[in-house]
Design a protein around this ligand. Structure first.
Ligand SMILES: O=C(O)CCC(=O)C(=O)O
Length: 295
């Protein structure tokens, strides 16, 4: 029996590759998240370059601080960690990917008013191919997300199609131009919703988001996870040292030593560019950009 999703929602996710659950989180959690973000924004004021906690916009200066991403927020804040283990996040994930779930990563993409960076079109699975694709990302929508402030966009149904070539000149660039592979921009759907909603997108769905030139921020906290029997395939960006370390990433249920293999397309995201591991840096290798940048 599903825990929180209706059978229609589950069927729609499997058909289209995404869901939005409106007003899913209580206001108290949202205000705790916003207070944590304010703390990290203060920290960014003292910085001149990105570090392993905070990723700064290219246009950041200490006088005009511009925080682009809080990296691995669950490792540096109890608020983000406790939410990750809560049923607010795990119950819908279990309904879609089964009872045994392992964390892949977390990140909080800031997309600030006026300049928040675009994320070029890509498939998460192209970054981290696994033996099966019961892989999903839950996005906690922290600000009302509407057309004008750079919502996450997806191509419905693309999770059942190819894994597109994310390479440029033989090097992994973490993105591709949808029109170059025959996707029609008119088919893209914006995942909008009021603050406190969550979006869920499938690991293979094509998604991206535009620069935020509006006067409102658009912040999303992502929890990315997979079924425990999805094991990383060579070249994926998952780093782990031995099975004990790997199993510390279990979010719920039981680990296994028996990968489940699914007959799905796979590309190896190698060789990697010689840049810091950040989607923003990796995507700088893309020549044919779909979204504007800001300087
Ligand atoms: O923040 C966004 O709009 C998209 C983020 C994303 O797809 C990613 O960071 O992999």
């Amino acid at each position: 029996m599903p825990e929180v999703l209706s059978s229609d929602q589950i069927a729609s996710y499997h058909e289209h590759g995404y869901l939005v659950l409106e007003r899913h989180l209580p206001e108290t959690i949202l205000s705790d998240i916003r207070a944590e973000i304010a703390r990290f924004e203060e920290e960014a004021r003292t910085m001149t370059a990105s570090n392993d906690r905070l990723d700064l916009e290219d246009t950041h200066t200490p006088d005009d601080p511009r925080l682009r991403r809080i990296k691995l927020p669950h490792t540096i804040s109890d608020v983000f960690r406790n939410l990750m283990y809560s049923d607010h996040i795990l119950a819908p994930a279990r309904d879609l990917a089964g009872p045994d779930l392992r964390l892949h990563t977390t990140k909080l993409n800031m997309k600030s008013a006026g300049y928040g960076a675009a994320v070029e079109w890509h498939q998460d699975y192209a970054f981290y191919p696994h033996t099966n694709d019961d892989i999903l990302a839950i996005g906690v929508i922290i600000d009302d997300m509407a057309s004008e402030n750079g919502p996450l966009m997806v191509y419905p149904g693309s999770h059942k199609g190819p894994v597109y070539d994310h390479h440029v000149d033989g090097v992994f660039a973490g993105a591709f131009h949808p029109e170059a592979v025959g996707l029609n921009p008119a088919d893209a759907v914006e995942l909008k919703g009021p603050a406190g909603s969550i979006s869920i997108h499938h690991g293979r769905i094509v998604h991206g988001s535009a620069l935020n030139t509006s006067d409102r921020s658009r912040r999303i906290l992502f929890y990315e996870m997979m079924a425990a029997d999805a094991f990383p395939i060579m070249g994926s960006m998952t780093k782990w040292e031995g099975i004990e370390d790997y199993n510390t990433r279990m979010l719920c249920g039981e680990p296994t030593l028996t990968p489940r293999l699914k007959d799905i397309p796979i590309r190896i995201p190698q060789p990697q560019p010689d840049v810091p591991i950040s989607i923003y840096e990796i995507q700088k290798g893309l020549k044919d950009r779909a979204f504007e940048t800001i300087s």
